[in-house]
Write a protein that binds this ligand. Sequence first.
Ligand code: F6R
Length: 614
Amino acid sequence: MCGIVGYVGPRPSQDILLAGLARLEYRGYDSAGIAVIDESGELGMRKKAGKLKELRDSLATAALGDGTTGIGHTRWATHGGPTDVNAHPHLADDDRLAVIHNGIIENFAALRDELAAEGVTFRSETDTEVAAALLGREYRRTGDLQQAFRDVVNRLEGAFTLLAMHKDHPGLVVGARRNSPLVIGLGEGENFLGSDVAAFVEHTRKALAIGQDQIVAITPSEVTVTDFDGNPVEAAPFDVSWDAAAAEKGGWSSFMAKEVAEQPEAVGNTIRGRIKDGQVVIPELDGMDELFTGIRRVIITACGTASYAALVGKYAIEQWARVPVDVELAHEFRYRDPVIGDDTLVVSISQSGETMDTLMAVKYARERGARTLSICNTQGATIPRESDAVVYTHAGPEVAVASTKAFSAQITALLLLGLHMGRVRATLSDASAEVAELAALPEKIATVLSEEHDHVEQLAHWMADTRSVLFLGRHVGFPIALEGALKLKEISYIHAEGFAAGELKHGPIALIEPGQPVFVIVPSPRHSALIHSKVVSNIQEIRARGARVIVVAEEGDAAVLPYADEVIRIPLAGAMFEPVLAVVPLQIFAMALATAKGLDVDQPRNLAKSVTVE
Ligand code: F6R
């Protein structure tokens, strides 16, 4: 939610900021703006409602000049609609000071009243302008930007990443973070700030992670990090493992198309280095066996797509590590009084590592004494830093708002975790079959992509006028039904619902009328003839009521043929591994249908990729 970039150095900042914002646009795209300060201390600012293109077009007509200090923002609106005026930056101190912000300042109304009583007037409806005005007041009082900035952040409540610069101080950008992301990029004679490394990876892959409640000041030659009281702290250095090209579209029609196609690699990279002597051994968890042996239960917490990966993880971890697993939506978890303690392992899953709901659940779990492990795709992100242990997915940067390759990498990481736990807990004596399944997974995903892509795309074209689609699954097919429905909703704006196939007769079957399209994820009869036969019965039930049945089934499963209008085939795989294959046609379907409707599959309406507000 909202992308932030800052730059100080010798180069004109306008284009650097715009390029950084283009890479961060997935975080929010309802308005964008930049401000720059030149050597003579002139501050220029431009902001525009709409996608980044509007800002670009405006700057192409009249550039802001060659100021070498700058900040830029791409917004996902919280306080105040997506208008020019509410876009960031916000100015204060007689337009001598510019501020950008990501997050929500919860006490903004009280601060606004306090400032209004002193005669301050506001142009926008945003909480950010209140922070800017407060900084203006404190700067006038102290004459010291860094001191004033510290005073301000200490008065703010809620979640924020805040960047500020003042025309009296060309060559200086100050920033702070509380529960919202901010990382530093270290260049040669220039430095960067960004919501994530995508903001500056084109210029440097050397980065510093900033902890909670810390302040940073960057000049071209120096980076200082302190806590909110001004005490120096050491920021953790890390190297960005991917390069700028990985975050480019590279000839694909959309980032989503590219990311769907990258799944064999994403899964392969997540497995790499984690199989040793025919066993799963996750090196990051070395010396941490106690994390898994001293527990009586596991709770997996996540939101959206990541929570569906969690559901697959539940089946796998319970089967292999013989420990009860519950899955909790992160935003529900801490608002009841869950029974957790030091015998509980709370596993969080997050592509971004910044989802506020998930972060708060992790913090809550820690406060209650639980052990915490995160599965995350983003280096330097907050959630892994707040956890006792982390298992990274290596899906590479995911830019499209709808998650695809991160999802298959998350399931893969959960399968690895389940097998690692099974070994450590001595509940799985021989994992050779599972290890072989893991190793074969990338190739099998590639097969689904090559053999079913055109078929599914054609199907989506035929169904471009469809107004509602249902998805059914049983066992690990159930989370895939949920994910298929979510993908379709979010990018093609079609009503879609996923159900556990067994639940159908308890109500949802009333939705079936002649012509209603229903996707059914059919588990292999080789794993359980019983589960398979139940799903085939469910297909017969909906078919009898006129549903148009599209089946996702393994190669050679002939039992589905008499009742299916369309059959999409996936290669034979172990029960826990099928979800990674079955989801691929559903991703392609959603993408093709949205494209057929002329929609922007990468940036669907109302959404942002990294949800950093609760
Ligand atoms: C859907 C989607 C979201 C995210 C959810 C959690 O395609 O991407 O449902 O899965 O917002 O995001 P992360 O994984 O970053 O915590």
